[in-house]
Write a protein that binds this ligand. Structure first.
Ligand SMILES: Cc1cc2nc3c(=O)[nH]c(=O)nc-3n(C[C@H](O)[C@H](O)[C@H](O)COP(=O)(O)O)c2cc1C
Length: 98
């Protein structure tokens, strides 16, 4: 948001562009990254002392990928080693008017 409280109309689009570029650069550097939206925004705002006009849209978690074995015995293991399911482009791409 602008300091006067009005929103930047393209903020979501701009954030997506920036995030995608950062994610591509992270991979180029040999690291891994996952975007997450399920974060405690109030806690982040407090810890980072963010001004009220900044919205937390999402967070990029960046790190070195570990072997899935480190997750053995936890709920996350099966999820990590399971085949990924992705939407078909036909399901998410709009052709023509809605
Ligand atoms: C905008 C956005 C927000 C996301 N938020 C979460 C989240 O809060 N928690 C989570 O486990 N995954 C979240 N994901 C998905 C993860 O980034 C990641 O894709 C997922 O954990 C599956 O990993 P995979 O890509 O190896 O299959 C989000 C993805 C996007 C694009």
């Amino acid at each position: 948001m602008k300091e006067d409280g009005t929103p930047y109309l393209t903020a979501g689009f701009d954030s997506g562009l920036a995030a995608q570029n950062m994610m591509l650069q992270v991979r180029e550097l040999g690291l891994h990254v996952r975007p997450i939206g399920g974060v405690d925004r109030d806690a982040m705002r407090e810890v980072l002392d963010l001004p009220a006009n900044l919205n937390i849209i999402a967070v990029l978690v960046i790190g070195k990928r570990a072997d899935a074995k480190v997750l053995e015995g936890t709920w996350a293991y099966d999820l990590e080693v399971s085949a990924r399911v992705r939407h078909d482009l036909e399901d998410i791409v709009l052709h023509g008017k809605p």
